[in-house]
Design a protein around this ligand. Structure first.
Ligand code: SAM
Ligand code: SF4
Ligand code: SF4
Length: 361
């Protein structure tokens, strides 16, 4: 197959830059067989955003007046499935469904079944835990979903309302954690974004969810991906500090990373209680050297890195009758451009990229 080198289209406000790839008579003459970047990292994990919409407006993610994409801009299930099939052919083994809130996707169960049939080995999903019932989770499991991550940042009702700006209560999300575990979407991971002055005083209680529910609680450093651009370094609680503060209450035994590409460094409880703690040091100790992830947004843009300013637009290819080889070529081109990492090192870092809700965390 052939495909051209990228055409750079500057967006109106300079960032992000959207790149489109068009099959042509020029360019490379070989079909790619794997997705490898210029630093030698191979892509095995796809994060697929099903929608940018959400019923929450978490303070670290989405402002109340966020503007969502128009439906026509979003990839259809058929387009997503085709993309994933091409990715599987290029060595992608694991897909994480995310958003926005992926459980708002109207045909989620059918989509998961199709992804399973397409040969994805491991399908996981991240949710805010406010939408799907136990029976719906069971149906997702039966359709091929392997694992669920549920986000919750506080156990205090008043604070939950302040952080999520929703009418959902803490009990609803805790029920989802229990339901996910009971229907076998295991190991269930519980995501907590830790922000100094917001919820860091609850670190020990949140870690206690691991012991109580027998799940993996993953404490995530706050990243500069909030649409309100209110992130500052002072609000980041480092992974080291989190471990130190939890250790003062529960002795922790380090178990390292699940896989070398895993973002979380893990711990078990030294007293043998069930559950695990994982800390994700995205800001203080980025784990970019082993990154095996590629993200596709709900409108079909490839984001090689969470902090990419360049987006590679696949939608024109998907909607113009391009061959699978051409799409594979575009994915390979985008992957090759993957940057070394996020480099959030300064206190005045200001994210110019999309917010987390529009990327897919
Ligand atoms: N709506 C779903 C949820 O909240 O789980 C899935 C999408 S959300 C963007 C995916 C993950 O990103 C969540 O665990 C969320 O807590 C995390 N996240 C969002 N904004 C973040 C930020 N600024 N820093 C760190 N993690 C963030
Ligand atoms: Fe919605 Fe998830 Fe973002 Fe919260 S973190 S606003 S639940 S997409
Ligand atoms: Fe991968 Fe970019 Fe995240 Fe580093 S910052 S782990 S390269 S997605």
């Amino acid at each position: 197959m052939t495909y051209s080198l990228p055409v750079v289209v500057e967006s109106a406000n300079a960032a992000p830059v959207v790149r489109t790839l068009t099959p042509s008579a020029g360019g490379l003459k070989q079909s790619p067989t794997t997705l490898v970047d210029s630093y030698g990292r191979t892509i095995r994990d796809l994060r697929l955003s099903l929608t940018d919409r959400c019923n929450f407006r978490c303070v670290y993610c989405m402002d109340p007046d966020v503007r969502f994409m128009r439906k026509v801009e979003l990839l259809t299930d058929t387009e997503m499935l085709r993309l994933v099939k091409v990715c599987v052919g290029l060595g992608v083994r694991r897909v994480r469904l995310t958003g926005g809130e992926p459980t708002l996707h109207p045909t989620l169960t059918a989509l998961i079944r199709d992804l399973r049939d397409a040969g994805v080995e491991d399908i996981a999903m991240t949710t805010n835990g406010s939408v799907a019932t136990r029976e719906e989770l069971r149906a997702l499991k039966n359709s091929g979903l392997d694992r669920l991550s549920v986000s919750i940042d506080t156990l205090r009702e008043d604070r939950f309302t302040q952080i999520t700006r929703s009418s959902t209560g803490v009990a609803r999300v805790l029920q989802t954690i229990a339901d996910a575990r009971d229907v076998g979407l295991t190991p269930v991971k519980v995501n907590v974004v830790v922000m100094r002055g917001f919820n860091d005083d609850e670190l020990v209680d949140l870690a206690g969810l691991a012991r109580e529910y027998g799940v993996d609680v993953r404490l995530i450093e706050y990243m500069p991906l909030d649409s309100g651009k209110r992130w500052t370094m002072e609000k980041v609680v480092t992974a080291d500090e989190m471990v130190e503060r939890i250790s003062a209450e529960h002795e922790l035994a380090p178990i390292g990373r699940e896989r070398k590409q895993s973002p979380a460094t893990g711990y078990t409880f030294a007293d043998g209680k069930p559950g695990r703690i994982g800390v994700i040091a995205s800001v203080s100790k980025p784990f970019c050297g082993a990154c095996s992830r590629l993200r596709v947004t709900a409108d079909g843009k490839v984001m090689p890195c969470l902090f990419s300013r360049d987006e590679w637009d696949l939608r024109p290819l998907l909607r113009s009758g391009a061959s699978d080889d051409a799409i594979a070529g575009a994915l390979a081109e985008a992957t090759w451009s993957k940057q070394a990492g996020g480099q959030i090192t300064t206190t005045d870092y200001s994210a110019e990229s999309r917010p987390m809700s529009a990327i897919g965390g």
